[in-house]
Design a protein around this ligand. Structure first.
Ligand code: NAD
Length: 474
C-alpha cells in the first residue's frame, strides 16, 4: 500500500484531503502520497512561523546552535532509513544518497558554529557605533528535486541560526525524505520554527507573494528564479536565489589523461548529471583531445546505469518524466543535426523508468543546443580548443555564471584562467567541493546572493546600526 506522509505545521504533523502522488523514477511506481497544500495550509504555516518568531528571535544563539546540532544528530542517526527513501524518490544510487544525507548532517553541524557577533564601526571620543545583525523574520524556503535533503537543510540551518523561522516547500517530485525528516525533528525544534508544507508548483507563487513572509531563499531553475524575483518585489522581500548553471570544465594539455578521465566523468555524471555545478561543457586542449575523449568513453563503459537501489549502479534514472523528455529532446536534436556520439544516445522509449544511457558527444559546435543549454542529465559534450584566450571566451559565452573548473599541472596558469572566468566559483584540479564555511553563489543569471559560510548566513539578517553619542548635551 502507498504510504501517506504528513506536513509539519506549528509542531504538529497534519494531513489534507487533497493529496499528490510521488513516483519512484526507476520503477514509475507510486511510493507515497503527500498533502497538496493551498492557501489555507500556507496561511496556517505562516501564522505558526510568525508566532514562533517572537520567542525564537530572542532565544540566545547558543540555544539556537544546540537545536541545529540536534537536527544534525537526528539526520545522522536515521541516515540508513533516510538514504533508502531518498534513492526511492530521487533515483540517485545508494552511495550517492548516503553522501547527501551524511553531507547534510555534517553541513548542519559545521554551520551551527558560525558566529553572528556585533561589529564596532567607530569607538571615538565622540561616539560608539556598532552594527548588530537582526533576523529578517519568517523565511520562505523553496527547494528543487536534485538534492532535496541537502537543499532543505541548507535553508533551515541558516534560518534557525540567524533567529528566523521558516516555511519550507520541497519539490513536488521529491518531498518524501524531507517529510520523514520533518517527522523526526518535530520534537527537536521548537513548535512553529520549522514548518514543512507540500504542494504543486502553484504553491510556490503563493509563498513568494505571501505578506507574512519576509524573505525567500530559493534553489531551482533560472526561469523560476526570475518569477520569484518578480513576486518578491511587490513587498520588497529579501531574496537569495541559487539558480541554473552551464559550467565549463577546461582541460589543459599538461593534464594527466588517465588521472583526469575518471574525475571528469564523475564531474558530469554524478546524480545522473542533475547537479547545478555539474561539468556541462568539457573543453579539452586539442593536443590531448583524442586520447582523453577515448579514456573518458572507456571509463564510462565500466559504469552501470540502473535502479539506484541495486548494488553496483553508478548512474540512476533521470528524476522525473518532464526532465527525461527534455534530455531526450536534446539528444534527438544532436542526432538530427548530425553531431557525432562517442557513446550512448539511444534511449529505449518503451522501457520502464526514466533511464538515459550515458551519452558523450564528440566535439559538437558551440551553438549546438546540448552545449548552449543546461542539459541537467547524463549527457556530456566534449569540445576541442587551441588557446587559453579562445577557451576563456567560449566558456564565458553564456548567460549562466555558476562555477567552472580547470585541470592542469601548472596551477599558476590555471589560476590565471580562473580569474578570467565569469563564475562564482572556479575549482582547479577538483570539482564540486562545497564547504560550510565558504560562500557559494552564481554570477550573471545563475543566482542572486550567496549560500554557505558567513556571507550566506548574513543573508538571513538585516544590519542594524546603533550609535551612541558620547558626552552628549541632553
Ligand atoms: P524548478 O525551478 O522547476 O523548481 C524548483 C522549486 O520551485 C520547486 O519546489 C517548484 O515546485 C518551485 N516552483 C515552481 N514554479 C514556481 C514559481 N512560479 N514560484 C515559486 N516556486 C516555484 O527547478 P527544478 O527543476 O526543481 O531544479 C532544477 C534546476 O535547479 C536546474 O536549473 C538546476 O541547475 C537548479 N539548481 C541550482 C542549484 C544551485 O545551487 N545554484 C542547486 C540545485 C539545482
Amino acid at each position: 500500500m502507498t504510504k501517506p506522509y504528513a506536513n509539519l505545521i506549528g509542531g504538529e504533523m497534519i494531513s489534507t484531503t487533497a493529496t499528490m502522488d510521488v513516483v519512484n523514477p526507476a520503477t514509475e511506481e507510486v511510493i507515497g502520497t503527500v498533502p497538496a497544500c493551498g492557501k489555507d495550509e500556507l496561511d496556517r504555516a505562516v501564522a505558526a512561523a510568525r508566532t514562533a518568531f517572537r520567542s525564537w528571535s530572542k532565544t540566545p544563539i547558543e540555544q539556537r546552535r544546540a537545536v541545529i546540532q540536534a537536527i544534525s544528530a537526528t539526520i545522522k542517526e536515521n541516515a540508513d532509513e533516510l538514504h533508502r527513501l531518498l534513492t526511492a524518490e530521487q533515483g540517485k544510487p545508494h552511495q550517492q544518497a548516503i553522501g547527501e544525507i551524511i553531507g547534510a548532517s555534517m553541513m548542519a553541524g559545521a554551520q551551527s558554529t558560525l558566529e553572528l557577533d556585533d561589529e564596532v564601526n567607530e569607538d571615538s571620543d565622540a561616539r560608539i557605533s556598532r552594527t548588530r545583525r537582526v533576523p529578517v523574520g519568517v523565511v520562505g524556503g523553496i527547494v528543487p528535486w536534485n538534492f532535496p535533503v541537502m537543499m532543505a537543510v541548507q535553508k533551515i540551518v541558516p534560518a534557525l541560526l540567524s533567529g528566523c523561522t521558516i516555511v519550507l516547500k520541497p519539490s513536488p517530485f521529491t518531498p518524501l525524505t524531507t517529510l520523514r525528516l520533518a517527522e523526526l525533528i518535530k520534537d527537536v525544534v521548537p513548535a512553529g520554527t520549522v514548518n514543512i508544507i507540500t504542494g504543486e508548483d502553484s504553491l510556490g507563487p503563493l509563498i513568494t507573494s505571501h505578506p507574512g513572509i519576509d524573505k525567500i531563499t530559493f534553489t531551482g531553475s533560472t526561469a523560476t528564479g526570475k518569477k520569484i524575483m518578480e513576486g518578491a518585489s511587490r513587498d520588497l522581500k529579501r531574496i537569495t536565489l541559487e539558480l541554473g548553471g552551464n559550467d565549463a570544465s577546461i582541460v589543459l594539455p599538461d593534464a594527466d589523461v588517465e588521472k583526469v578521465a575518471e574525475q571528469l566523468f564523475w564531474s558530469s555524471f554524478t546524480n545522473a548529471g542533475q547537479i547545478c555545478v555539474a561539468a556541462k561543457r568539457v573543453y579539452i586542449h586539442e593536443d590531448i583531445y583524442d586520447e582523453l575523449s577515448k579514456a573518458i568513453a572507456d571509463y564510462a563503459r565500466t559504469v552501470k546505469v540502473g535502479d539506484g537501489a541495486q548494488q553496483g549502479t553508478g548512474v540512476g534514472p533521470v528524476q522525473n518524466r518532464k526532465q527525461f523528455e527534455r534530455v531526450c529532446e536534446l539528444i534527438q536534436d544532436a542526432k538530427d543535426q548530425g553531431y557525432q556520439f562517442l557513446l550512448g544516445g539511444d534511449v529505449d522509449p518503451s522501457g520502464t523508468g526514466y533511464f538515459v544511457p550515458i551519452t558523450i558527444l564528440d566535439n559538437p559546435p558551440e551553438d549546438a543546443r546540448i552545449v548552449a543549454e543546461e542539459q541537467f542529465g547524463p549527457v556530456m559534450p566534449l569540445m576541442k580548443f587551441s588557446t587559453d584566450e579562445e577557451v576563456i571566451e567560449r566558456a564565458n559565452a553564456s548567460d549562466y555564471g555558476l562555477a567552472g573548473a580547470v585541470w592542469t599541472k601548472d596551477t599558476d596558469r590555471g589560476v590565471r584562467i580562473a580569474e578570467q572566468l565569469e563564475t562564482g566559483t572556479v575549482w582547479i584540479n577538483e570539482y564540486m567541493h562545497l564547504s560550510p564555511f565558504v560562500p557559494f553563489g552564481g554570477h550573471k543569471q545563475s543566482g542572486f546572493g550567496a549560500e554557505y559560510g558567513k556571507e550566506g548566513l548574513l543573508e538571513f539578517t538585516y544590519p542594524q546600526v546603533i550609535t551612541v553619542r558620547k558626552n552628549a548635551a541632553v
